[in-house]
Write a protein of this length. Structure first.
Length: 389
């Protein structure tokens, strides 16, 4: 398709988005709302037929059975002007501006958005695969629920593998498991122990302090500076790099995560296959026509938790930056590390955390924030991923 400007015929630019998760769908929808189709063709390439509301893994591990409510067909969530290719990207040729997919297709782009999220890397903690239970997907969450439900005594050890993955959901699991076991009348026979690498649960002191207070209230003991190194199923223990050991009857720990292999292979990333970006514009430092959104991205100077909130905020910045480039609208919007979230803290309460430039404002424990957290999937599918915020 071409459009004419006087005698001049100008082909629309092609924007390719890699990844059909929260960041990819949200960015595509925002772009299609801002840029007229004669200026840009928007294509999304991804390999998930359904989008799941990930925080629901937590609810399922604690007994929710609302599976269908927590997943939607990707096509149903994309605006009609967006073209969707179900495929796996295997490489980016950044110099020649094209991507190569598993099915053998090569697509040229003018702009590329990497929104390919994270992949599990259980091999980083030998012995953990299958033995450390988690709620990162709904099947594993259901398995964890069965085990938790059957637990009557012993040590429930909960922790975080590393700093790439946000430890907030492990913290929430500990708090909610305390209440779940209390309701079943077995809490007094089960010791809940929480561990985390480094000196703070999150690298934002005020949030960590609040989380430690909550864990203290719930009589959950904490082991800091515990970077998991190895799990021994036979002995029922997890060892840390620092030389400590924790015995468990049930171990709950998300799998360690890394960026996707193709990002590294294409020379766009080094550490953990996460793509470093210019923090304000989310552009790749070497190739400014490549942007990054969501979990796939690395920030060099500020801490940004990998959450739905930060991903949605970043998608807005990229959409505005591209709509300015493509003659749409004027914008001077910059990303400043914003990451809003609500955190369960027990007793049907939650607190809000508004992260910005590595610091955070924290709200009081409130039932309204608990309500937002409980109904989050409705807002997620009807507003957030549709690009309305
Ligand atoms: C258990 C759990 C609980 C969470 N709880 C919360 C919470 O309570 N609040 C919160 O704000 N956040 C939470 N998060 C984090 C949140 O889900 C993520 O930050 C967010 O989904 C990141 O979006 P993304 O688009 O970057 O990545 P993803 O949503 O992971 O999407 C990446 C997409 O890229 C696709 N893809 C990957 N590689 C390729 C490839 N080579 N080719 C094509 N497609 C590819 C994948 O299939 C996927 O669809 C949680 C995450 C988990 C796992």
């Amino acid at each position: 398709m071409c459009w004419s400007f006087g005698d001049l015929m100008v082909a629309p630019k092609r924007i390719i988005i890699v990844g059909d998760g929260t960041g990819g769908i949200c960015t595509a929808n925002k772009l299609s709302a801002r840029i007229p189709p004669e200026n840009a063709e928007i294509m999304i390439v991804g390999n998930s037929p359904k989008l799941s509301y990930r925080p629901a893994g937590l609810a399922i591990s604690l007994g929710s059975r609302d599976y269908r409510k927590y997943s939607k067909d990707v096509r149903f969530l994309l605006n009609s002007k967006i073209s969707y290719r179900r495929d796996t990207v295997e490489g980016v040729d950044a110099r020649n501006k094209n991507i190569l997919t598993k099915s053998g297709n090569r697509y040229d782009y003018d702009y590329l958005v990497i929104a390919s999220g994270l992949r599990p890397s259980p091999e980083d903690i030998p012995g953990s695969d299958g033995e450390a239970k988690h709620f990162q997907d709904f099947n594993h969450a259901a398995e964890l629920h069965t085990l938790l439900d059957g637990m009557t005594e012993g040590d429930l050890v909960i922790g975080s593998p590393d700093s790439v993955y946000s430890p907030t959901s492990s913290f929430e699991f500990a708090v909610l498991a305390d209440e779940f076991l209390g309701r079943k009348g077995v809490r007094n026979k089960i010791d809940i122990k929480f561990f985390f690498p480094g000196e703070e649960i999150l690298p934002i002191g005020s949030v960590s302090t609040r989380m430690m207070e909550v864990l203290g209230r719930k009589n959950i003991s904490c082991t800091e500076n515990f970077s998991p190194k190895r799990v021994s199923q036979r002995n029922g223990e997890i060892a840390s790099e620092e030389g400590a050991l924790l015995k468990y009857n049930l171990l709950v720990m998300p799998q360690p995560m890394k960026g996707q292999g193709f990002v590294c292979k294409s020379g766009l990333a080094e550490k953990n296959c996460l793509m470093p970006v210019q923090e304000a514009t989310l552009q790749n430092e070497k190739f400014p026509e490549i942007f990054g959104v969501g979990d796939a991205v690395d920030f060099k100077t500020m801490y940004v938790p990998k959450t739905i909130g930060s991903t949605v905020m970043q998608s807005g910045v990229v959409a505005e930056e591209l709509s300015r480039e493509l003659g749409g609208k004027y914008t001077d919007r910059e990303y400043r590390g914003e990451a809003p979230l609500h955190v369960y803290c027990g007793d049907k309460l939650a607190f809000s955390v508004n992260v910005k430039q590595g610091d955070a404002n924290i709200g009081r424990d409130a039932s309204l924030d608990y309500h937002f957290r409980q109904t989050g999937s409705d807002e997620y599918f009807s507003v957030l991923v549709r690009g309305m915020i």
